[in-house]
Design a protein around this ligand. Sequence first.
Ligand SMILES: O=P(O)(O)OC[C@H]1O[C@H](O[C@H]2O[C@H](CO)[C@@H](O)[C@H](O)[C@H]2O)[C@H](O)[C@@H](O)[C@@H]1O
Length: 255
Amino acid sequence: MRATLVDATGLLVCLDFDGTLAPIVDDPDAAVPTESNQRAVTALAETPGVTTAVVSGRALTNVRERIDGPTIYAGNHGLELARNGSVAVHPVARKRATRVERLCAMLETVLASVPNCRVENKRLTGTVHLRSVPAAAETTVRRITHDLVDRFGGDALEISTGKRILEIGPDIPWGKGDAVELIAADEPPGTAVVYIGDDVTDESAFRAVEPDGIGIRVGDDAPSSASYRVASPADVASVLSWLETIQNERGERVR
Ligand SMILES: O=P(O)(O)OC[C@H]1O[C@H](O[C@H]2O[C@H](CO)[C@@H](O)[C@H](O)[C@H]2O)[C@H](O)[C@@H](O)[C@@H]1O
C-alpha cells in the first residue's frame, strides 16, 4: 500500500459517511462523525496534493451538514455530485424523483402504525429504516415496501439493501463506483485513489478503485472487493492521519 502512495503524483481520498466516518446509531438524524475522524478529514483536506470527497447514500444536503472539510460531496449513492461550485444530478434520477417522493409519502402513511419505522425521503432515493422496528413487524414492513414499489414503481424504481435498511431508487446502472470514477477522472494522471467504506453500496466503489488504487472496508461483517480492512469507524482516523503523513513526506521529497 505504501509503495502505491509513495509512487503516486497525488492522492484522492473518497470516504463513505455512515459506518465509516460516523458510527452506526439507531436514529439516522443522530449520526455524527467521531471527533477524531472529523479532525483527520479536515487535516487531510488541507494537505497539499490531496483531494478529499465524501460519497454517501444520504441526500447531498444532509451529508454536507454532517462533515466539514472535503472539497467534493456525492449524495444519494452518487446520483448527485457537488464539485467545482456546481451540483450535477443524474438526469434519469431527476426525472424519477417525483415518483420516489410519492412512494415515500405513501410508505410513511401505510407504515405509520409500525413502531419506530422511519421513512427517509431523500428526493432521488428513499430509505425505509428497519433498525428499530420490532422483530415481529419486520417481515410486514418488508412485504409492504416491496408491494408498493412493485405497484407504483414499475420498471422505473428498484429496491436495494444496506445496513438494516431498504433503499428505493431509480432502476439504473449507476452507483458510488460511477461517481468515484467521475471524480477520479478530474485528477492529474498518476494520482492514487483510496476509497474507505463499510456497506454493500461501497463495493462498486472498491471495484472502481482496485487494483491500481486502494479499497479499505470498515468492519469484517461481509466479504469485500476491498484489499484492506479496518475494524470500525474508530480506526479510520489513524488511516487518514497515516495518509496525510505519507503525502507530506512525498511532498517534501518532490519540493
Ligand atoms: O453511504 P452511507 O453514507 O453509509 O449512507 C448509507 C445509509 O446511511 C444511513 O443509514 C445507516 O446509518 C444510520 C445511522 O447510523 C442507521 O440507523 C441505519 O440503520 C444505517 O443503514 C442513512 O440514514 C441512509 O439514508 C443511507 O442510505
